[in-house]
Design a protein. Structure first.
Ligand code: BG6
Length: 475
């Protein structure tokens, strides 16, 4: 019993939240660079807010410097190695490779940076797990062609994938196509760089953009397999099960609908075709998605090798409009009276992770990978320079126990676990630095002040023991 010997323990980040150096070495501007912190961030996230030029005088863009992983990667990867990481999840910034998205030739300096990062990982036998698109789209393509609502985007993305998959074929084996692909229907600007015009049929546009991403994901999978048949390519979902609020059949139906909002994507990426409820959704609403016979063939022939997902909380759904609601990763939920919430209102539910794993495995029988999980919390550095984040240890321990039960007692095939923000980074939802997830503290505040010094938290030493014991020692 226990986890497999080659279980991939590690941590996860994304280029737009940790690299900084947003305009260095030829990098172009991405959609995520245009989102300031504060209230406007929420507006831009929904696609309600017209994208403006970056306004460095009146606005603060936290990710422009972030934690400057771009210049600190050696130090950071050495610390990951010290914790015993077997895998490091990161993403490539599309705009480092093709600054505008539509150039003829890639930016060599951008390519070289990721060569260096992968070489550094390999030095410590850390397997890179690389997301091709973690929320970032070249702003040039957002402005000129409307980003993922335009089919042309597939072509540009494929070109970018051809370059990076070929270039890194001997350095990277594990790939993820789109981070939290279901974000596109909930938070279209973040998920797909979509900005609405007044006359737009918003619901239709979201699903058109989603189709283009699904198609692009299948094509990226195809290329990855052609370039190196050893490559393993995953889809990626903002996961978490949805419970019916009560046993009222109406609540159960509502919860089922919410689950299908996510399965909509994995059904296509894993089974290779749109499920019947998606087809009915398109029909009922007279959506013109533009799915061609060729698309259907591509989706069918290029399905994912594994299913990766983020898990922060479960959700609750029901028909009673008067019930209290709470925040969550992307999707608001009814407040579940059995659970406590984090400072940001995200409901904490380790058992929900076991349920999510079982739901996904029952449905698809494909290897699973938990590529995000963690507790966003405010940490304090005491007078001796120590950071006692016992609350984070407790959160992670309970979730590790839950996935171990799913593996050992329920028979789930799980490839690995990469807790989110293994080093503190910028929050995608709020732009805050103070919403910290890391084992490694980075000295920087919400206004961008700080030395960027890295410090080990209590959880750093705890996770080191967890990995060394392959999850047996969780004390
Ligand atoms: C996921 C994203 O939605 O959750 C990450 O893939 C994000 O990019 C993470 O950072 C945590 O969310 P937040 O809003 O706390 O940063």
């Amino acid at each position: 019993m226990g986890l497999e010997k080659d279980f991939l323990w590690g941590g996860a980040t994304a280029a737009n939240q940790c690299e900084g150096a947003w305009n260095v070495d030829g990098r172009g501007v991405s959609s995520m660079d245009t989102i300031p912190v504060g209230e406007k961030r929420q507006l831009l996230g929904t696609g309600e807010y017209p994208v403006n030029e970056i306004d460095p005088v009146n606005e603060y863009y936290a990710n422009h410097e972030a934690i400057d992983f771009y210049h600190h990667y050696k130090e950071d990867i050495a610390m990951f190695a010290e914790m015993g990481f077997k895998v490091f999840r990161m993403s490539i910034a599309w705009t480092r490779i093709f600054p505008n998205g539509d150039e003829e030739t890639p930016n060599e300096l951008g390519l070289q940076f990721y060569d260096n990062v992968f070489d550094e990982c390999r030095k410590y036998n850390i397997e890179p797990l690389v997301t091709l698109c973690h929320f970032d789209a070249p702003i040039h393509l957002v402005k000129t062609i409307g980003s993922w609502q335009n089919r042309k985007m597939v072509e540009y993305f494929v070109k970018y994938c051809l370059v990076v998959l070929e270039r890194y074929k001997d350095k990277v084996k594990y790939w993820i196509t789109f981070n939290e692909i279901n974000m596109t229907v909930h938070f279209p600007f973040v998920g797909a760089g979509v900005i609405y015009e007044a006359q737009d049929n918003r619901e239709e546009i979201k699903y058109v953009a989603a189709h283009h991403q699904l198609l692009a994901s299948a094509l990226a999978t195809k290329i990855a397999h052609e370039v190196n048949p050893e490559n393993k390519v995953g889809c990626m979902l903002a996961g978490g099960c949805t419970y019916p609020y009560s046993c009222n059949p109406q609540d159960i139906w509502k919860a089922m609908g919410k689950e299908r909002e996510g399965f909509f994507f994995t059904d296509v990426q894993v089974r290779g075709e749109y499920p019947q409820y998606a087809q009915k959704l398109f029909e009922r609403n007279h959506f013109n998605i533009g799915i061609t016979n060729e698309d259907i063939k591509i989706l069918k022939e290029n399905t994912a090798d594994f299913i990766s997902f983020s898990y922060y909380q479960s959700r609750c759904a029901g028909v009673d409009q008067s019930l209290e609601t709470t925040e969550g990763n992307i999707i608001r939920s009814l407040r579940n009276p059995y659970l406590y919430t984090t400072e940001w209102g995200w409901q904490v539910d380790p058992m929900g992770l076991r349920i999510t794993l079982n739901n996904l495995y029952d449905r698809y029988q494909k290897p699973l990978f938990i590529v995000e999980n963690g507790l966003g919390a405010k940490d304090t550095v005491d007078e001796n320079g120590q950071i006692d984040d016992q609350y984070r240890i407790d959160y992670l321990r309970d979730h590790i126990k839950a996935f171990k039960d799913a593996v050992e007692l329920d028979g789930i095939k799980l490839l690995g676990y990469t807790p989110w923000g293994c080093i503190d980074l910028i929050s995608a939802g709020t732009g805050q630095m103070s919403k910290r997830y890391g084992f490694i503290y980075v000295d920087k505040d919400d206004n961008g002040q700080g030395t960027l010094k890295r410090m080990k938290k209590k959880s750093f030493y705890w996770y080191q023991k967890v990995i060394a014991s392959n999850g047996e020692n969780l004390d």
